[in-house]
Design a protein around this ligand. Structure first.
Ligand code: CP
Ligand code: NVA
Length: 307
């Protein structure tokens, strides 16, 4: 049974392949409409941010507003949360006011606590472990460019972070073969790898984690990278940059190992000269602006289904 109404979206683990497909289809249908149906009329969505954001904040605020609802941007430090009010108390109170809560937090456990203490659906706008809404937009981008998901080959090169964890699960669920190239000690979360492997058994997708970027990229339909220094890891910046650069930088030479016509993906924000070179991200194979636009379409699809 597919039913997303009232559901929490903390990671892609809880979504079946059919539910992911439903969100992507809804997103795609709404993306072609000039005016979207006012499905959120009279509804309020709290958007809590413990870290900075451009895409997540603006796409969610815009999606809720375009669907006729009212988004409330809440900065963690301007809430009593920043002065020590507990997550559970905050959740219980917000639950009396709003119809859904989206939160971007450092600790994934804080999202779990929000969801355990609020009846309203809770959506993950990025945590240390997962970034499910980003991967919905990435999958939609793959469909737009490659007309399918099953059987595609995606290479993720770089840091095995939150985006990589969710990408593994999203690809595994939808039948995209994924190869991750990362330095030893910077791999994806073992739990996420296990969850992806379980999903891959059902979809037939292959998952491989390796050290050599050229091996991962070989004959890939898409190459994905993300920052080497995620939010909260700034103190390790120097060590990280010297670990990842030059071997894990996506540049023209690396891209040449992919299929001709392979696309370049990045969740953004990007750091030119670090994880990607300017000629790649601003070059003809880059799909990053469509990918960013798809954050809006998938946010509309998601809210239209869960509310
Ligand atoms: N990709 C993404 O989540 O971007 P923001 O940090 O700008 O929200
Ligand atoms: N991995 C990055 C993603 C930003 C959208 C971070 O956590 O900072």
């Amino acid at each position: 049974m597919v039913g997303l109404k009232g559901r929490d979206i903390l990671s892609l683990v809880e979504l079946s392949p059919r539910e992911i497909d439903l969100i992507l289809r809804r997103a795609s249908i709404l993306s072609r409409r000039k005016r979207v149906p006012q499905e959120l009329r009279g509804k309020t969505v709290a958007l809590i941010f413990q870290k900075p954001s451009t895409r997540t904040r603006v796409s969610f605020e815009t999606a809720v507003a375009q669907l006729g609802g009212h988004p409330i941007y809440l900065s963690w430090n301007e809430m009593q949360l920043g002065r020590g009010e507990t997550i559970s108390d905050t959740a219980k109170v917000l639950d009396r006011y709003v119809d859904a809560i989206m939160a971007r937090v450092y600790l994934h456990e804080d999202l779990v606590s929000l969801s355990e203490n609020a009846e309203a659906p809770v959506v993950n706008g990025l945590s240390d472990k997962h970034h499910p809404c980003q991967i919905l937009a990435d999958l939609l981008t793959l469909i737009q460019y490659k007309k399918r998901l099953k059987g595609l080959k995606l290479a993720y090169v770089g840091d095995g972070n939150n985006v990589c964890n969710s990408l593994l699960i999203g690809c595994a669920k939808t039948g995209v073969d994924i190869g991750v190239a990362r330095p030893l000690g910077y791999g994806p979360d073992p739990e996420a790898v296990k969850q992806a492997e379980e999903a891959a058994e059902m979809s037939g997708a292959s998952i491989s984690i390796m050290e050599d970027p050229e091996e991962a990229v070989k004959a890939a339909d898409a190459i994905y990278t993300d920052t080497f220094v995620s939010m909260g890891m700034e103190k390790d910046r120097a060590t990280r940059l010297s670990t990842f650069i030059p071997k894990y930088q996506v540049n023209r030479e690396l891209l040449a190992h992919a299929k001709p016509g392979a696309i370049f993906l990045h969740c953004l924000p990007a750091h030119r000269g670090e994880e990607v070179t300017e000629d790649v991200i601003d070059g003809p194979q880059s799909a990053v602006w469509d990918e960013a636009e798809n954050r809006l379409h998938t946010a509309r699809g998601l809210f239209s289904l869960i509310l």
